[in-house]
Design a binder for this molecule. Structure first.
Ligand code: ME8
Length: 577
């Protein structure tokens, strides 16, 4: 598999920006970690990485929740209003947004998610971005004033389509404003949520005109944009209605309403030149991805993420609306190359979501198990193809079984002082075998030698394919081979009977630990750094996280590295959880 932008070695990776209507949960952390693994992997291959995440702070849903919390939560009302009386509603809403946005930022910090940009849609530069983007689309003639009536879902911040309306029922009650109430029952999950009926004037975007170009971009150009490709099923009904029976040119894609009356949704960015309308929260949010031009050949056009990660429920917004907006704004934009879509974490089979109130708090999980253990768990059991139940008991289980028993055990037994290894003999072995690709002199070393030699490439292809669970599994398999190699060769006997053979055996074990730590670095950066610090005397991980270059080549080649290794006191790195 190929990496993106192999010519420029620059990549821009993004996560969705999260609604601030509540605190972050495990699902949000999951996407952040998948994006962080991607970006650490790309850095390891020598790329200059831009990694953007952030918070989505406008729209009806946030506005509604903020007003509710401000009313009911005295603490929020007083802490956000130091002057006491008279703070404008919009300032209070902003204070509410600050509170939750900071929690998302804090989560990145404790989970070791190394973003380069944290976008907030309430920031000044975002305001300018959205208005500029709107104007480009408008000036190109793709936005017009129209009328829209239909059922609106506050949870999803979108109007339902005709097909969805089959699942909407009238219920026997009205809200405090005497509005008729409706319920939408999701045909897949059977969950019910409230929807409202609106009939209003708003600006519309000529989405229908882009149908064929979008199809070409997603399906016909052979660029494999969607990862995994099976996710395209979720778009077929939208783009093709019925692929088999209806000729595609006879199927109309409806235009999309892209503004809301400010009287209903005031919390947002005004439509340029018409303050009676607020820009639709999804157009507003998607514009967060536009980043300043970068690099020599980019001209003046904004940068678009090359790799976009997200949960499956927002695939339509990212693979249809977003490229359509971009195409409408300018034909110079370089469309996203990979739209990487993962399943949901569920709680006892039900999707974890703020609206349903069944979420797991990521902060307490990190406090309890440490960020590496949680990252490892999420990578191992989260899957891009399916949904997965969050099973807390598996966090210590996976950590102990895989990392402590395999990597930790190998590290402690190979560095035991009882073996009395003479490290100064190791470089010779290195130069003769692993480094120059020669076959080992002793056939007892063939299996581990071959496995170690091909490991970096095998693991790289898993990362490049976004199959991080398989990357970890591949490393673990090599560690299992190494542990068996250790036992089979009985170094505790060799130390008395055959010191030369002892050195060979220990060399392979130490090289395996070193290379496996580098390859696991994107997933468990803390532990890998601790281990690699024993090998390398470096102050920043950048020095050893490359594995496309010489860093992976060899370690036991200079007297300096041997001295460092000898002097380093090996601490017990893996305390079982
Ligand atoms: O949709 N399992 O924000 P959001 C896995 N603001 N991932 C989950 C998850 C779960 N149970 N729940 C949430 C929005 N996520 C918009 C996005 S982008 C221009 C605007 C993750 O707060 C997953 O990445 O509802 C999902 O797509 C995202 O959080 C939705 O976060």
């Amino acid at each position: 598999p190929k990496l993106v932008n192999e010519d420029t070695k620059q990549v821009y990776i993004s996560t969705p920006i999260y609604y601030v209507n509540g605190a972050p949960h495990i699902g949000h952390l999951y996407t952040g970690i998948m994006a962080d693994v991607t970006s650490r992997f790309y850095r390891s291959q020598g790329y200059d990485v831009e990694f953007a995440t952030g918070t989505d702070e406008h729209g009806f849903k946030v506005q509604q929740q903020a007003l509710k919390d401000i009313q009911s939560d005295k603490a929020l009302a007083t802490t956000t209003d130091p002057a006491g009386e008279g703070m404008a509603d919009s300032n209070k809403i902003l204070a509410f947004c600050d509170l939750h946005s900071n929690q998302f930022k804090k989560l990145c910090q404790v989970a070791n998610i190394q973003y380069t940009k944290f976008n907030r849609t309430t920031s000044k530069d975002h305001f300018a971005k959205v208005q500029k983007f709107w104007n480009l689309i408008k000036e190109n003639g793709f936005i017009y004033m129209g009328k829209h009536s239909g059922f609106y879902s506050v949870t999803d911040e979108c109007f339902y389509t005709e097909t969805d309306e089959k699942h909407i029922t009238k219920i026997d009650s009205t809200d405090q404003n005497e509005h008729q109430q409706y319920i939408y029952t999701c045909p897949n999950t059977k969950t019910a949520s409230k929807v409202e009926f609106f009939s209003e004037e708003n600006y519309k975007f000529k989405l229908g005109l882009f149908k064929n170009k979008i199809k070409e971009y997603l399906f016909f150009k052979n660029n494999n944009v969607l990862v995994p490709p099976s996710r395209s099923n979720m778009l077929s009904s939208f783009l093709f209605k019925n692929i088999q029976n209806i000729p595609t040119d006879q199927h109309q894609v409806d235009d999309l309403s892209v503004s809301r009356p400010s009287s209903r949704v005031g919390w947002g960015i005004p439509v340029p030149g018409d303050a009676s309308q607020t820009v639709y929260v999804w157009l507003d949010a998607l514009a967060n991805y536009l980043a300043p031009a970068h690099g020599k050949d980019s001209g003046n056009i904004d940068r678009i993420p090359d790799i976009q990660l997200m949960g499956k429920e927002i695939i339509k917004f990212h693979s249809i609306y977003w490229p359509a907006f971009l195409m409408a704004a300018s034909d110079k934009y370089k469309l996203p190359q990979k739209i990487v879509v993962h399943g949901h974490f569920t709680n006892n089979g039900t999707k974890m979501s703020k609206s349903l109130g069944n979420v797991v708090d990521p902060f307490s999980q990190i406090e309890k198990y440490g960020s590496d253990a949680l990252r490892y768990y999420l990578v191992k059991c989260g899957s891009f193809g399916s949904d997965n139940d969050y099973l807390e008991s598996n966090i210590p289980l996976f950590y102990n079984k895989d990392l402590a028993d395999h990597l930790g055990n190998l590290l402690s037994r190979s560095t035991s002082s009882k073996l009395a290894v003479d490290y100064s003999s190791l470089p010779l072995i290195n130069n003769e075998c692993v480094n120059n690709g020669a076959t080992p002199a002793d056939s007892r070393d063939s299996a581990i030698h071959t496995s170690l030699l091909s490991l970096p490439n095998r693991v790289s292809s898993c990362y490049a394919d976004f199959d991080f669970a398989l990357a970890a599994k591949t490393v673990l398999e090599h560690l299992a081979i190494t542990n068996k190699y250790f036992s089979d060769n009985k170094p505790w006997i060799l130390t008395r009977s055959d010191p030369t053979r002892l050195n060979t055996v220990i060399f392979y074990c130490l090289e395996s630990i070193r290379i496996c730590s580098i390859l696991l670095y994107p997933i468990i950066p803390n532990k890998s750094t601790e281990i690699l610090d024993i090998y390398y005397n470096h102050t920043k991980p950048a020095d050893y996280y490359f594995w496309s270059g010489s860093a992976l080549g060899s370690f036991f080649t200079s007297a300096d590295s041997i001295n460092r290794f000898k002097l380093g006191k090996i601490p017990i790195l893996f305390n079982k959880l």
